[in-house]
Design a protein around this ligand. Structure first.
Ligand code: FAD
Length: 502
């Protein structure tokens, strides 16, 4: 059956990202797109840190970066600073962008390791532009210096989640997407195919559609409540199942740093996401080891200023839907699964989900091949991200709480164990297929949390001998560039000062 009407249920980040991207395939076609959302239910209201592919998502939508950042009170993000993860008192930055560049086909961190063994004391961080700029609170975009002999700046944004959904709503409505207010009370299925055919809202309005995108958040109104797709539970690997979110002012007047902070506490961790006018904060924790009151108190004791809202308590189960595309329904956002916000991967998964949907969708109708391809690709993507997140918990030396004792000694997926073993052997990291996280990401977290290369790559010997000059140049060019950059605060003021206070 031809697809003439796509119905997106849910108007959070997922719903409006899907609507904005799908609105681009309406051009010149008789395709209707409707978003159903309920102000009564509202959105989850968190999700403010992104990763670099998000910048590309906006570019595909032809979104003007300055206008966008100004409307969402956005700041730039060069990576995440992890505090207290390997051991209390330690910290490291997981940067966007690479450590140096591969030399002679070998990862830079392997060559660096060889030099280190020969007595070179320079830390690996000196060879990463984003880490150095973050360290000094500086920022520039590659376009500002436009020199091919200097490394590019890889960045993402911190955004106000509510303002972002509103921004995309305007974008999508301008391109013909129709919004309907109401709560979905009933979902009609075709007796033969089991496909969703129509929704009935609390007002009694009936909305028929050919293809449905479930963006109803944790509820999964179509994918789970109507289609009973099932959920693969990953709480044995990713234990945290609660969060309390609480935005605050920066009362000390400190400038917003160009990075997210993830500070580990005794049964979870706290995020600090700097917007132009305030910080987003939250404490993600495991209810087996901590009560909500204690989690709240720890968060309040670690805020940069006065709270600007009431605490928002959230519950979740880490894992994923057994199928992301079931019959004529694709689930995006929290309706498709959730792996906790440690590496800001949820909005990214909405982005890649929408991309996959647009790439596989045919307006001639839904086929089994489309669904199974989508599901296979999305499953791989989820599992690779899961392994990377689990690494942060497993690679700890903390023994100061039951939570960390569990994490340190838990069984992890074989795929992760292999990755760690190979890294220890000679520093090799394989980036498999379209895996999101780079060699530098894996090296940053492993080394940042105390997993060291025990052996060296046999290839690294010769390369280390012949490339000392090249490596010195790398260090100098990063230093030179960072010294000339404006502060992050100065950059924001000049480039994208927020239009409306958060
Ligand atoms: P929601 O925001 O919950 O929206 C659901 C929508 O469905 C709403 O519009 C609601 O009204 C509608 N709806 C529900 N039921 C019905 C119904 N019956 N009828 C009609 N409408 C209905 N992601 C990141 O990338 N970075 C982060 O830093 C980050 N931090 C996070 C921190 C926490 C604690 C949590 C829980 C998540 C975080 N995420 C983060 C994930 C991110 O918040 C979500 O991926 C993103 O907000 C998308 O949410 P959503 O649109 O799927 O769901």
């Amino acid at each position: 059956m031809a697809i003439e009407h796509i119905v997106i249920v849910g108007g959070g980040t997922a719903g409006w990202m899907a609507a904005a991207a799908l609105s681009r395939i309406r051009d010149g076609r008789d395709l209707r797109i409707t978003v159903v959302e309920s102000e009564m239910i509202g959105t989850v209201g968190v999700g403010e840190a992104t990763i670099p592919p998000f910048v590309g998502f906006n570019r595909v939508l032809d979104i003007d970066e300055r206008e966008f950042l100004s409307e969402v009170q956005g700041t730039f993000k060069l990576g995440i600073q992890f505090v207290n993860w390997g051991q209390v008192g330690e910290s490291y930055i997981h940067p966007f962008g690479n450590y140096g560049y591969d030399i002679g086909g070998i990862g830079f961190h392997q060559v660096w390791h060889k030099l280190r063994q020969r007595g070179d004391k320079r830390p690996l961080q000196l060879f990463n532009l984003e880490t150095m700029a973050a360290h000094f609170g500086k920022f520039s975009r590659s376009e500002d210096y436009a020199r091919e002999d200097l490394p590019p700046m890889n960045y993402a944004y911190h955004i106000n989640a509510t303002a972002y959904a509103q921004y995309l709503r305007k974008y999508a409505e301008k391109r013909g997407v129709v919004r309907k207010e109401g709560i979905v009370k009933d979902v009609a299925l075709d007796g033969e195919t089991g496909f969703v055919t129509a929704l009935t809202l609390d007002s009694g309005t009936r909305i028929e559609g050919d293809f449905f995108v479930d963006c109803t958040g944790f509820r999964g109104v179509l994918i789970e409540q109507a289609l009973e797709t099932g959920y693969e539970d990953w709480t044995h690997y990713l234990l945290c199942d609660r969060a309390v979110a609480l935005p605050c002012n920066r009362d000390d007047g400190s400038p917003p740093p160009p990075f997210t902070r993830a500070i580990a506490h005794k049964a979870g961790w706290q995020w600090q996401v700097p917007l132009q006018h305030r910080n987003g904060n939250g404490h993600v924790y495991c209810s087996q080891f901590m009560e909500a009151d204690e989690a709240h108190d720890i968060l309040v004791a670690n805020l940069a200023g006065k709270p600007t809202a009431e605490p928002n308590h959230l519950r979740f189960v880490t894992g994923r839907r057994k199928k992301f595309w079931n019959r004529n329904v694709v689930a995006l956002g929290l309706a498709s699964g959730f792996m906790e916000p440690l590496e800001s991967t949820s909005i990214h998964l909405i982005n890649t989900g929408v991309n996959k949907l647009i790439a596989t969708l045919s307006l001639d109708g839904v086929t089994e091949a489309q669904a199974s391809t989508y599901n296979r690709l999305a499953t791989k993507e989820y599992e690779k991200i899961r392994d990377f997140l689990v690494l942060h918990y497993k690679a700890t030396r903390r023994d100061d709480s039951e939570f960390w004792n569990y994490c340190r000694t838990m069984d992890v997926p074989d795929t992760l164990t292999e990755k760690i073993e190979i890294f220890k052997a000679n520093g090799q990291i394989f980036r498999e297929e379209d895996e999101l996280f780079t060699t530098t990401s894996w090296a940053a977290v492993m080394m940042g949390q105390g997993i060291q290369m025990e052996g060296t790559s046999p290839m690294a010997d010769g390369v280390a001998d012949s490339s000392v000059k090249e490596i010195d140049e790398m260090e100098k060019s990063i230093q030179w560039l960072v010294q000339r950059m404006p502060s992050h605060q100065q950059y924001l003021e000049k480039y994208c000062r927020a239009a409306v206070a958060a």
